[in-house]
Design a binder for this molecule. Structure first.
Ligand code: GLU
Length: 469
């Protein structure tokens, strides 16, 4: 039973890297009948913002990754952290350090000059038999934790394998600032321990924090969780993902017309695989996902693939669902008598809900202009004649036009008898009915619009001679 968490810092919106991290944590918790927690890491008050916090929670709602219990806010837990700082002071694993800013700066400068890693030199670290300096007046101390002076800090990473950090890479770092505020690595470790996290799955940009957090676990006798550090998502040229490549707010994906299940499917594959399978329902993800199969190398964002997945999901979900999604884009088809036909037709070619809407409104809305290139290419001298004839034919059969097969049955012989090629008839009709040449099958459009509407649009196009003035 895994207890996992997603622990965003609300300094900006939730981006797809963060969503992937939370998906992995979510899947692992749900798969093992464990718990998935949401913890907002908002101790850095200067950088936090309320909007970002709300945006993260609404993005979670949109994708449907439900978390267990309440949302934890680190900013509301300072009393708890204080208890553990006091504990560490009491058990001798932490101490007060009165080094001034100037002293720290000059220490750092001399270490840099000697080409050493800048690190705290242990001036205030108490040791048996050591005499500490005189406590200076007017300086509020910081609290430092005692890190090991020699040996290694080791852990078995579920993705990267055996990790070893030399003790000299971790100094006695500050766990509470002089104003009493605990620091980042300290609170993360305390929370993960108190919330009984068994597995911590996070971006490998946090790898260098892990030895520090392990120092905190050890100093308090807490059990160290299993860590999985997931490689970053890069752009197709192997560089850090930028906003242009897709590193946008998760909610922008909603605004662009992606379905959350397509986005989650896309993300699960960015860093994890099961053979060459591409489409995973949530049930399959839950059945197959295991964080120990997370890829060791970074993954590459592929926008084409996301579009392809989205189009597959648009085809696969129910029409009721599409009706709900379209409402977000201000199209309400819930009472439209031809909603099934419209959706069945338009979803075949839509890569996003925005495209789906366009395809539908192209049919429903009376065209306000005619595509010039199409008119030039397909509207010829004889077009008017056979369109008029065709209209007569439609009128004769107007009671039967509600059905695609019927329309096809009367149209095919018409084309043959008049020695026409399909585009000669269909492209001008598409232009007359929808304004453009990209619309779906003419038979379907006629069946959806019905005789009166088809007749009125065709007559209008003929009257205007397909011109836009
Ligand atoms: N708050 C960190 C972040 O937003 C994540 C911390 C963690 O997962 O341990 O990057």
């Amino acid at each position: 039973m895994a207890i996992t968490r997603f622990a965003p810092s609300p300094t900006g919106y939730l981006h797809i890297g963060g969503l992937r991290t939370s998906l992995y944590n979510y899947l692992w918790a749900r798969k093992t009948n464990g718990e998935f927690r949401l913890r907002i890491e908002d101790t850095d008050t200067a950088r936090n913002n309320e909007e970002a916090m709300k945006a993260i929670i609404s993005a979670f709602d949109w994708v449907g990754l439900n978390y267990d219990g309440e949302v934890f806010y680190q900013s509301k837990r300072t009393d708890i952290y204080k208890v553990y700082i006091d504990k560490l002071l009491e058990n001798g694993n932490a101490y007060k350090c009165y080094m001034s800013r100037d002293e720290l700066d000059s220490l750092r400068a001399s270490q840099e000059a000697a080409k050493q890693n800048p690190r705290y030199d242990g001036t205030w670290r108490p040791e048996a038999g050591k005499v500490l300096p005189q406590i200076p007046a007017g300086i509020e101390p910081v609290i430092r934790i005692k890190a090991p002076l020699s040996g290694t800090i080791e852990f078995e990473d579920g993705v990267k394998g055996s990790m070893k950090f030399d003790a000299n890479q971790v100094d006695d770092f500050v766990i509470a600032r002089s104003n009493g505020m605990p620091t980042y690595n300290f609170v993360v470790a305390i929370d993960d321990a108190l919330m009984n996290m068994t597995d911590v799955i996070r971006g490998d940009d946090h790898l260098s924090n892990t030895p520090k957090q392990i120092v905190v676990y050890n100093a308090l006798g807490f059990k160290v969780p299993k860590f999985y550090h997931v490689p970053m998502i890069n752009n197709p040229s192997g560089k850090k993902l930028s906003k242009r490549d897709g590193a946008m707010d998760v909610m922008d994906y909603k605004n662009l017309g992606y379905l959350p299940e397509a986005l989650l499917n896309f993300l699960v594959r960015l860093g994890w695989s099961n053979g060459d399978q591409e489409i995973f329902s949530m049930e399959e993800m839950l059945e197959l996902f295991d964080p120990s199969n997370i890829n060791k190398s970074s993954s590459s964002y592929n926008g084409e693939k996301l579009l392809w997945l989205n189009s597959e999901y648009i085809k696969a979900v129910s029409n009721e669902r599409l009706i709900e999604e379209l409402k977000f884009f201000d199209l309400d088809l819930s009472h439209h008598p031809k909603r099934t036909e419209l959706l069945d037709l338009s979803k075949q070619r839509a890569q996003t809900i925005v495209e789906l809407k366009k395809s539908i409104t192209d049919i429903l809305d009376v065209p306000t202009s005619y595509e010039e290139a199409g008119v030039k290419k397909f509207v010829k001298e004889d077009t008017k004649d056979f369109l008029e004839k065709y209209l007569e034919l439609l009128e004769k059969n107007k009671e039967d036009l509600y059905n695609v097969e019927n329309v096809e049955e009367i149209t095919k012989p018409f084309i043959a008898e008049n020695g026409l090629k399909f585009p000669q008839l269909f492209q001008p009709i598409r232009i007359a009915l929808t304004g453009g040449t990209q619309a779906p099958s003419v038979y379907d459009i006629i069946a959806i619009l019905g005789f009166n509407e088809v007749s009125s649009r065709l007559k209008e196009a003929l009257k205007r001679n397909f011109q836009n003035t």
